[in-house]
Each structure stands twice: as C-alpha cells, then as structure tokens.
Design a protein around this ligand. Structure first.
Ligand SMILES: [Zn+2]
Length: 216
C-alpha cells in the first residue's frame, strides 16, 4: 500500500521518483519499528521552509502519529548525498513517530526531548550509517554534563523561541548549534555502553522516562 502525499512537492516528476524511494525506505524502517502506521501521510514542506537544512537540502518533522513532513530542496546540487540524507531523515523521524514524540505532542520536559533526539540520532548512525553533525558532541565531557544539568531544569510549558530553539538549533550566546541533539547523542551512547544487553532498537521500544531510569 503506497504512502499518501497530502501536500505536493511542487514538481510532479521529481515527486513520483522520490515517492518510489520513500515507499521502499519506509517499508525497511517499519520492519525495524513495527508499530509505525501502515498508512503514513507525507507532507512536503515549502521550498522556502526554514526547516530545510542548507548543508543537506533536506528537512524533516515528525508532525503527528500519521503525518511526516519532509523538505527536499529541488535545487540542491549533490543529488546522491541529498538522497542519502533523505533516507536518514526518514529513519530519524520514524523513530519519533514510533515513540509518539511528535510536534503535536511534544510539550514534555526538555530532558525527555533530549533523550528522544539522541535516540533518533544514534539510530541514524547505527542503522543507516550516517554520522550527523548534530550528533558530534564535544570531547570535554564536563561541557556536556553541564548542558544536561541545565536541560534537566526546563519543564513544560517549554517556550519555543527562548528555550527549545536555543537548545535544539542554535544558541547565539554560546555560539553553539544543536546542543540538545549533541547532549542526547552522548547520553544514549552512555546508556548503551553501560547496558550491554540493550541495543538501539531495544531503546526505541522504551519511553524517555524508562531510558532515563536506566542511567540513574
Ligand atoms: Zn528529531
């Protein structure tokens, strides 16, 4: 059963070629994450969306339990790299949807968002083989421990501009990008190295609270 597009990309030929690939990748990830919906809907983001990363020409949002938003810059030069990034992004957003961590339901403590982002980022690294820049954390562990301490103080309602966006995307005061993702990736790496009986796939079947309890 092919996936349904609920917002077009803006180029029918490119879209139908892409959808053949997206259908195949979604089937692949649904084998690993069997509670993903069979009938996922795809919403293509506007070409000017700020969610499309200039480095990859790709964007992704786990919008709801049935809708994945994807950005695909039609003018991005390196198509081979862009397709690899699209696959990796679909796997990342699929982890969020499988865990119910979506835009419509994500007003949770920032520490839980950190765990979910780390999980999806390590999933990209281990399952797709893409080591994303937002998963590369500082070597100085005291920096990350400080981030985790500060993240753990931020509870709902989490303000998007002053808190979420500053931690998740770019902090102009500290001139540092993706701190939430980097701290989460470090955290999940720690959980996996301390719990050798658990794999990243096992962790996708747990809630953030259950994962946080593993480390306490
Ligand atoms: Zn994410």
């Amino acid at each position: 059963m092919p996936l349904k597009v609920i917002q077009d990309l803006g180029n029918d030929m490119v879209q139908s070629e892409l959808m053949l690939k997206i259908d195949k990748w979604y089937d692949e990830v649904r084998v690993i994450l069997p509670n993903l919906p069979e009938n996922l809907q795809i919403f293509f983001l506007d070409q000017n969306s700020e969610n499309i990363m200039p480095e990859s020409g790709i964007g992704g949002i786990a919008y709801s339990n049935e809708i994945m938003s994807l950005g695909f810059d039609l003018n991005f030069e390196d198509k081979k790299e862009q397709l690899l990034q699209l696959k990796s992004t679909i796997f990342h957003e699929a982890v969020h949807i499988a865990q119910g961590h979506t835009l419509l339901s994500n007003d949770v403590p920032l520490l839980e968002s950190m765990v979910y982002e780390g999980l999806a980022t390590v999933f990209e690294k281990e399952i797709v083989g893409i080591d994303q820049p937002y998963g590369k954390y500082p070597k100085d562990i005291s920096i990350i421990e400080d981030w985790v301490d500060r993240i753990s103080l931020i509870n709902p309602p989490v303000d998007f501009e002053s808190e979420y966006s500053r931690w998740a995307f770019y902090d102009s005061d500290e001139d540092e990008a993706w701190k939430l993702y980097k701290a989460g990736t470090w955290y999940i790496d720690q959980v996996l190295s301390e719990n050798k009986n658990l794999s990243i796939i096992d962790l996708t079947k747990m809630t953030a609270t259950e994962i946080l309890n593993l480390k306490r």
